[in-house]
Design a binder for this molecule. Sequence first.
Ligand code: ADP
Length: 486
Amino acid sequence: MRPLRVCLAASEVSPFAKTGGLADVVAGLGRFLGRAGHEVRIFVPLYQRVAKSDVETTPLEGAQAIDVKFPGRTIRCSIRTAPLPNSDVLVHFVDCPELYHREGLYTDDGDESLRFAMLCRAVLDTCQRLSWSPDVVHCNDWHTSLIPLYLRTTYHWDRLFSNTKTLLTIHNIGYQGVFPDSQLAAIGLDDQRAHLHHGDLRDKRFAFLKTGVLHANKLSTVSVTYAREIQTSEFGMGMEELLQTRSSDLVGIVNGVDYGDWDPATDPLIPHHYSADDPSGKAKMKAALLQRMDLPHNPRAPVFGVVSRLTSQKGFELFADSIPVFLQREDMRLCVLGSGESKHESYFQWLRDTWPQKVGLYRGFHNELAHWIEAGSDVFLMPSRFEPCGLNQMYSLRYGTPPIVRRTGGLADTVQAWDPTTREGTGFLFDEFSSQALAGTIDWCLRNWRDRQGWQQLVKNGMQRDFSWDRQGAEYVALYRDLCGL
Ligand code: ADP
């Protein structure tokens, strides 16, 4: 079978531009595809923070001064590239300072729709410039969701794309890229209203993600359970009916983990290494983490870790009526790394101020500390309201830090309930989204923590689970081949 030409378009890629799991997935999948011999080009914007960092990018020959034409306006971009670390795959940065040199990756600016419509157009215009005909354009989340429609309309005439198929992966249905329909003209879709979601247009708006769902050849999401959930009103965020109409084209593929970055045996970001066969370094990591977070060390007191965006998705409101009880009663530690909504940040600050000997907090984004918390904690807390896939619970399994998770989305697919009788399982799960259910599970976890032999087995079970891209990436390749008939 011949290698495939895969164009991977996204708004984030690790380590260059990351706010969450999407960045890790794009990098991990890209690396896997490169290793497997496929021809891959990853496209992301050249954000200000990348342009101003010490990342060295070089102009891509043949892809300079590309004039992308929108109605009444031409926007010029050029492509600069840098190799994806630990890979031969080239990341193609769309260099367009007027759109991408802003404070953050995402903005509330009036031209946010244009910023990402431009990304979609720049990907396709670059393919034209390079005379590169992708077998698959793999779009990710709302930011690149207009590509399938542009291919059917603006680029329909170009035979370069006549065999190109599109796959749209939904990493989080909570972000749909919804804008007033008055912005359609600026992105060149005003005369394509017939191809947009009619209900939205009646409400004088349009959504990137819905447009992608309407026009991509295939759809996927990042776990089997989430693929089912988003077709229900509880999780579909208003898109459930549309997704039901495309049910036969929608599959779930659990994200892979890049063990090159996330393995305690080799992780360059942690000072003490360990593995399932020799876990002794974990106790040292626990001591190091507590020292770093300025908390007293007691090997018998369990350390609970949190690394997360602090948004309502992640379920931290369940802490209010559960965690203080445990902090009051138990000799335990809680190490939190996160940033996001101020109500959650303030809540964790309050916990820190109230139990300064038990709670450590870092408000912000800190990749190295994320690795330390995975390695130095005994239990990982992830009580998500919904979770498309979730990476942190998979990282925590590999780092010997059994997770407490709610049985939803990818958490349900990747964590298996610990059963002390059979000594099978990798973590602790609860179903109902309530503080009582979480508290009951923390209680159950603490009882098992005291059974030291059982706990060692639980840790070992998790460390031996394999979610590597070699497994998960092969599922994407099978999907691409099926899509292209290759
Ligand atoms: P999501 O994509 O919803 O944020 P995931 O669990 O899929 O959740 O992925 C989160 C990724 O972002 C992980 O790699 C995690 O380590 C990282 N992360 C989240 N918050 C922070 C933070 N404050 N500092 C460093 N890394 C973080």
